[in-house]
Design a protein around this ligand. Structure first.
Ligand SMILES: *[C@@H]1O[C@H](CO)[C@@H](O)[C@H](O)[C@H]1NC(C)=O
Length: 323
């Protein structure tokens, strides 16, 4: 049953793009299997913990901090990302693709309150990114794409500073406007906000994907790059990974969705785009909520806890200009 659902979702999402991941059972860590290895080695490999590497290893992952060695004496070619901590989100920005890698939010009924209005905010190039790696306003100009928020402006009504921060281009990716950013994606953003009505805490991570598509007998990644000279990659898909919890209940509800960057018919159920967390992790090269033990009894599928249904009326009034 789950396999079928996953397969269908994978097919719709990427034309089979999330190919290697379709037979993975939900809620299970990715098994490591390498049939070509000698048996003894293979056993060792299988005994390795799949998640949670030792703390020392994890710390080495921070590229920027590790310049005190002979190899980097004359310079560190990385980091390839910029980390941005803002009032309403944390983000990792990809210097080569000039898109966020991910943008993380925490939503509660309280922290969504406020009166800041998007009409007084303007999109801005992010001064915290080195100039040569910045996404530029002129890249988007007449590109045909909307400047799509990863952390939505409407999640930052707290004050106009917070709202302004969501308009930095480090929180923005090129999105198809009509039928996606202005419609289906906007409804998904509303869905995430509305989860705070029935859960105390909602954590949401959003970001782009560049998924391989079958061309002839090969898998190819193909994406447009906007700007002149070309500068900002246009993702093929976008993900939202959502974790919701209640104070009076143990455990976590987790849902993961990957949507194609194209017009989506409002009649398409949200569950069509639901995927195992591991599928999006593999495709994005990210780990989501890895401090939560991923097993039944701890993690429940979000769509089993709440109806995963979008209300497409909500954006009609709110997003006249689409971005
Ligand atoms: C937010 O941005 C607008 C437009 O750039 C600006 O006029 C306003 O002063 C900004 N607000 C804050 C609090 O910086």
């Amino acid at each position: 049953m789950h396999r079928l659902v996953t397969f269908v979702a994978g097919t719709v999402v990427g034309g089979g793009a999330i190919y290697a991941l379709t037979s993975m059972p939900r809620g299970q860590p990715t098994p490591i299997r390498t049939p070509a290895m000698p048996q003894q080695q293979q056993q060792q490999q299988q005994q390795l913990p799949v998640r949670a590497p030792p703390v020392q290893l994890r710390q080495l992952v921070s590229e920027g901090d590790n310049t005190n060695n002979e190899f980097l004496k004359y310079g560190n070619p990385g980091p390839v990302s910029d980390f941005l901590l803002r009032s309403r989100y944390a983000a990792s920005f990809n210097r080569a693709l000039r898109n966020p890698n991910w943008v993380a939010e925490h939503l509660t009924q309280d922290n969504l309150k406020g009166t800041a209005d998007r009409s007084s905010s303007e999109f801005k190039e992010d001064p915290l990114v080195p100039a040569q790696f910045r996404a530029l306003l002129k890249d988007y100009y007449r590109s045909g794409y909307d400047r799509g928020h990863m952390c939505p402006a409407a999640d930052a009504k707290k004050d106009s500073d917070s709202m302004n921060e969501t308009f930095f281009l480090t929180n923005i990716s090129p999105q198809v406007g009509k039928g996606f950013n202005r419609n289906y994606w906007a409804s998904l953003e509303t869905f995430v906000r509305d989860l705070t009505k029935s859960f105390d805490d909602v954590y949401c991570i959003s970001g782009p994907l560049y998924l391989p598509q079958k061309e002839g007998d090969k898998w190819m990644v193909s994406y447009e790059v906007i700007g002149n000279p070309p500068n900002v990659a246009v993702p093929t898909h976008f993900f939202k990974v959502i974790m919701a919890k209640r104070n009076n209940e143990p455990g976590f509800a987790i849902g993961a969705f990957a949507l194609p960057n194209k017009e989506i018919d409002n009649a398409t159920p949200l569950t069509t785009f639901s995927l195992p967390l591991e599928a999006i992790e593999k495709a994005a090269g990210l780990q989501f909520f890895d401090k939560i033990e991923r097993k039944a009894g701890v993690v429940t599928p979000l769509c089993a806890k709440t109806e995963c249904k979008l209300n497409h009326d909500s954006w009609k009034k709110k997003k006249p200009n689409g971005e």
